[in-house]
Design a protein around this ligand. Structure first.
Ligand code: SAH
Length: 395
């Protein structure tokens, strides 16, 4: 194709030969002077051999690779990639009357760097993390209609907070298709919820905790459950279905508490086992009596959003987990998570270990959790691994 050109410095094609999808600015020898952020570019080695085609961007990552083959980025390309992604979700059994919410595209994990698509019943929510994906949004929208077919009634575009800069790209949050009569109830493992893609966080619901919520359900029977950082209450309504005796949900955002109450009510109307509190997590945990809860969930927001914040974040995880270990009843269980991409599994485990040691309790690891299969990790791009969790038995 006649795309503009980027030429790499000698030997800088090595990581691309191993299919790593990013090209850093330090690897670039030459580029077309008229190149605009978001444009599709062809990338060549120093010896002038084609090596990749991708979206050009300004910053430390200059190209996010769309293909290692010389091909045109057209409707056929988008349809092909989206149908590969959909087939994977079908193969892992995610689409059924019991479950119509799933992540269709997980960025690099689906060969589409900078693109997230979550599906909630009849609505797909597209989120761009690069200008290239932003500029391709209408093409992606058309391809989505072809690939998802009649089941798709609305496409909402939500990239106001995820695009790399706020240079008035325009139309960052809007319906690209449908939007008139929206069915706003989706189903996850047979439980109903209202995803709020317009006002909620991210695309409106955290689909990445689906499997971990199902595990929690298995441990809930007869328990008093405390769901910290509940957001829209996912873990809470699973615990209720699992037979918990009491479920308390806590989030500092009163909007989140409202959504939690709505979702609990949708599944368990007039069920007085549940109560939700709009309060700071540390304050709430500090004020509760020990032994009150047999099961505590800690699913805080990413404490480290970049490498510079790792040290403080680890302190934060340690402090938070230490309070949970202090408070959980003997023989209790703690589900603890970190969704910070820059915190490794080992570093997180070490923080939890330190917290356990501080509390002096005997703690055993029952499960090591991660992100679900609709958030696949491209083996050539380990940076795509972000969610980790531990299920701990506290004597
Ligand atoms: N467990 C949730 C997702 C959690 S997202 C789920 O399954 O969907 C993290 C949540 O932490 C957000 O809803 C945010 O409002 C909340 N939060 C952030 N800081 C907090 C604090 N200091 N105390 C309590 N909640 C907090």
């Amino acid at each position: 194709m006649n795309y503009k050109k980027i030429k790499l410095k000698p030997k800088k094609e090595e990581s691309l030969k191993r299919f790593h999808p990013w090209i850093f600015s330090g690897a670039v020898q030459q580029k077309d002077a008229s190149l605009q952020e978001g444009e599709v570019v062809n990338v060549y080695t120093a010896a002038d051999e084609f090596i990749a085609v991708g979206h050009y961007q300004i910053g430390s990552i200059e190209v996010r690779v769309l293909s290692f083959e010389q091909e045109e980025i057209n409707s056929e390309f988008w349809e092909k990639r989206l149908s590969v992604a959909l087939n994977l979700r079908k193969a892992i059994g995610l689409l059924s009357p019991e479950n119509n919410s799933y992540r269709l595209v997980h960025g690099e994990g689906d060969g589409l760097p900078g693109l997230i698509i979550d599906v909630y019943a009849e609505t797909a929510v597209i989120q761009s993390h690069s200008v290239g994906m932003h500029e391709s949004r209408m093409a992606i929208c058309e391809a989505l209609k072809v690939v998802l077919g009649d089941g798709l009634k609305n496409i909402y575009y939500k990239s106001e907070t995820t695009l790399p800069f706020k240079a008035n790209l325009g139309a960052e949050n809007d319906y690209l298709y449908g939007g008139k009569e929206v069915n706003d109830v989706a189903i996850e493992n047979g439980l109903k919820f209202y995803p709020d893609w317009v006002k909620g966080q991210k695309t409106g619901f955290f689909v990445d905790q689906r499997d971990n919520r199902a595990l929690l359900e298995r441990y809930s029977k007869g328990s008093s459950v405390l769901n910290m950082f509940c957001y829209t209450g996912g873990f809470s309504f699973y615990a209720m279905r699992g037979g918990a005796e009491l479920v308390h949900s806590v989030d500092s955002s009163s909007k989140a508490i409202m959504l939690t109450n709505k979702n609990v009510e949708l599944n368990f109307p007039d069920d007085n086992r549940h109560e939700a509190f709009a309060e700071d997590a540390f304050k709430f945990l500090g004020s509760i009596k020990g032994d009150k809860y047999d099961l505590i969930v800690l699913d805080p927001p990413a404490f480290a959003k970049h490498r510079g914040a790792i040290k403080n974040a680890l302190q934060g995880y340690k402090r938070l987990n230490a309070v949970a270990f202090d408070k959980v009843a003997p023989g209790g269980i703690v589900f603890t998570f970190s969704c910070s991409q820059v915190i490794s599994k080992d570093a997180f485990r070490l923080a939890v270990f330190s917290a356990a040691a501080m509390s002096g309790r005997r703690v055993r690891i029952l499960h090591q959790l991660s992100q679900p299969a609709d958030h696949p990790i491209n083996i050539y791009h380990p940076e795509g691994e972000y969610l980790k969790g531990l299920v701990l038995y506290v004597e």
